[in-house]
Design a protein around this ligand. Structure first.
Ligand SMILES: C[C@H](C(=O)O)C(=O)SCCNC(=O)CCNC(=O)[C@H](O)C(C)(C)COP(=O)(O)OP(=O)(O)OC[C@H]1O[C@@H](n2cnc3c(N)ncnc32)[C@H](O)[C@@H]1OP(=O)(O)O
Length: 552
């Protein structure tokens, strides 16, 4: 043990020095108000060192990454502060993005409206009444140009919550970057691109599982070669949790989906280390503080084992579970909305103590409407206070070694493996989704949670206890009804100004390519996007070829 420990420690120190070449420590020295020095990392005393320390915890930046994926974590660089935003037109959303960046946000995150998310143009009858409502309406490259105007794509990383049409929106992003003079090798960001959880919990699917998995692996392959810094998927537990799952189910079903994507990519002929370093994850942070912090630590350890033992990944980067966190939307109450600021702060703190790479803090009014500018600012300030004032970012994984946290981390891990093994026996996540297994487990958990609230076994402040007589908050953000009409005109103008025969050629080439399972569709989609073919037109070509999924 002594030798193994000493070697691991030395390896950590070397990694830390190297990481600090890129991101030096934020301060020359870290001290608290009593002028006591804070070390980068705290370790068990020799006499308390347990046999399995290296196996279970190890050093940060080292397998199994329980203590974090970076050797120095937030001593060098805080997590990315990435607020999910988007509503109305591309112009309005561009204004909100610039406002958030001005206020100190460090990454962008685009919310698209429902028609965009399910591949319909704003003038499609299916889009009526939904244009610009839950996110920004994007029909063609022209909207994307407006959305990203004045934002330097070589400096800012952008997350796009887009799933079934992820390939189309990624191609639009590439095309805008090229127009800015930024080659695709340089752009950074993430597409959600996680269709399995759409079938399970979120609902914005278009095609059946098989062609959807093809599109996803096409993206993995294309990006590995052409867009190497882009995270090609954000395997999401967030929505599984929002649908009512437990923390264990959130991790288990997310990692089971992750396994399915890795398998599909390997089966399509890719080498695991070619694409796995760019897989990313997305989790929820709810109120049970220690359970949440332990959940993140457990998730990292399990994924590292999966990648190493199941898939034989060799590149260290393939083993690291990197994740974004959003505080729990379903934990917010419409009653006494200011209380939500406190909930969000606690949830965000659990994510930071759990080692998140990127974080969205919800706005207090999100149970009622889209956030106003003021409440979006308070949400961002919450992260900034945690980062700059609380001191929790000054040492790596400060909860390690707590009896409670380590025990909870172990227990969550055990329960998660039990689910993963069960899903494996069923034939994997795709099969389990098609059979409705995960959906049923989640519904059962949601039902139990609701019963506990109704019986007051669980108290939700302001909801089933400590209520007030109050009026619904008046100062809510409303999307202008004129917007839909303008957006319809806009997409029709794009269609009349473009070279129509070029568009038809590109769409036809895409159609032919879609017929052959061995062809990567990304170059064809990129060509179509560049000719100003719309999201709806491209998705309709694939609808004709692939069919539509009608539910499990
Ligand atoms: C609810 C709603 C809905 O349903 O509609 C939604 O879905 S909203 C869903 C919204 N989703 C999101 O916003 C997803 C956001 N996801 C992401 O941003 C990504 O996938 C992420 C989780 C991997 C985080 O990426 P990021 O670029 O922000 O952060 P990273 O941690 O990768 O850091 C950026 C670079 O800095 C390096 N770096 C970071 N910290 C350190 C350090 N301490 N020492 C040395 N290097 C470091 C990283 O290795 C990386 O470089 P290198 O890359 O070279 O290694």
């Amino acid at each position: 043990m002594g030798k193994q420990y000493d070697e691991a420690k030395q390896a950590w120190q070397q990694k830390l020095t190297k990481a600090q070449e890129r991101f030096p420590e934020r301060k020359d020295s870290f001290v608290n108000s009593s002028e006591l020095e804070i070390d980068a990392l705290y370790l068990p005393k020799q006499e308390a060192l347990e046999e399995d320390y290296i196996e279970k915890l190890g050093f940060p930046g080292q397998y199994p990454y329980t203590r974090g994926i970076q050797p120095g974590m937030y001593r060098s660089r805080f997590w990315t502060m990435r607020q999910y935003a988007g509503f109305g037109s591309a112009k309005e959303t561009n204004n909100r993005f610039r406002y958030l960046l001005d206020q100190g946000q460090t990454g962008l995150s685009v919310a698209f409206d429902l028609p965009t998310q399910i591949g319909y143009d704003s003038d499609d009858p299916m889009a009526e009444g939904e244009v610009g409502k839950v996110g920004v309406a994007i029909d063609s490259l022209e909207d994307m140009e407006t959305l990203l105007e004045g934002i330097p794509l070589d400096k800012v990383s952008t997350s796009m919550t887009i799933n079934a049409p992820a390939s189309v929106l990624l191609c639009m992003y590439i095309a805008v970057a090229e127009k800015q003079g930024v080659p695709k090798e340089k752009i950074t960001g993430t597409i959600q691109n996680d269709i399995l959880k759409e079938y399970i919990a979120r609902g914005t699917y278009i095609y059946p599982p098989k062609p959807s998995m093809r599109l996803i692996t096409n993206i993995f392959e294309y990006c590995a070669k052409e867009v190497p810094k882009f995270n090609t998927i954000s395997v999401s537990g967030y929505h599984i949790r929002e649908a009512g799952s437990t923390a264990v189910q959130e991790v288990a079903f997310t990692l089971a989906n992750g396994i399915a994507y890795v398998k599909a990519a390997i089966e399509s002929g890719l080498d695991v280390d070619q694409f796995a370093p760019r897989l990313a994850f997305f989790f929820n942070a709810h109120n049970n503080f220690f359970e949440e912090a332990a959940k993140f630590r457990a998730a990292r350890r399990i994924w590292a084992k999966i990648m190493k033992e199941k898939f034989n990944a060799k590149d260290e980067k393939s083993l690291r579970l990197r994740f974004h966190t959003q505080t729990g939307g379903s934990t917010l109450t419409a009653q006494q909305p200011d209380n939500n600021i406190v909930r969000v702060a606690l949830q965000a703190l659990s994510a930071v103590l759990g080692g998140t790479q990127s974080l969205h803090t919800n706005s207090r009014d999100e149970a009622l409407a889209l956030p106003t500018e003021e409440s979006a600012r308070i949400a961002l300030r919450t992260q900034q206070i945690i980062a700059h004032e609380s001191g929790v970012a000054d040492t790596v994984d400060p909860l390690a070694g707590s009896y409670f946290i380590e025990d909870m981390t172990d227990q969550i891990e055990k329960e998660v493996w039990a689910y993963i093994d069960r899903i494996d026996e069923m034939g994997g996540a795709v099969q389990a989704v098609e059979d409705g297994y995960m959906q049923r487990e989640i519904h059962q958990a949601a039902y139990e949670a609701q019963k506990r609230i109704e019986s007051k076994e669980d108290i939700i402040v302001g909801l089933n206890e400590f209520q007030l007589e109050e009026e619904l908050q008046a100062d809510l953000l409303k999307v202008d009804e004129q917007l839909e009409k303008n957006q319809v005109k806009q997409v029709q103008k794009v269609r009349s100004n473009r070279n129509q025969s070029e568009v038809e050629d590109k769409l036809d080439a895409l159609k032919q390519a879609a017929k052959d399972d061995h062809v990567n569709l990304m170059p064809f989609i990129l060509d179509a996007v560049r000719s100003y073919a719309t999201v709806g037109e491209i998705c309709n070509v694939l609808r004709d070829e692939f069919g539509e999924f009608t539910g499990a």
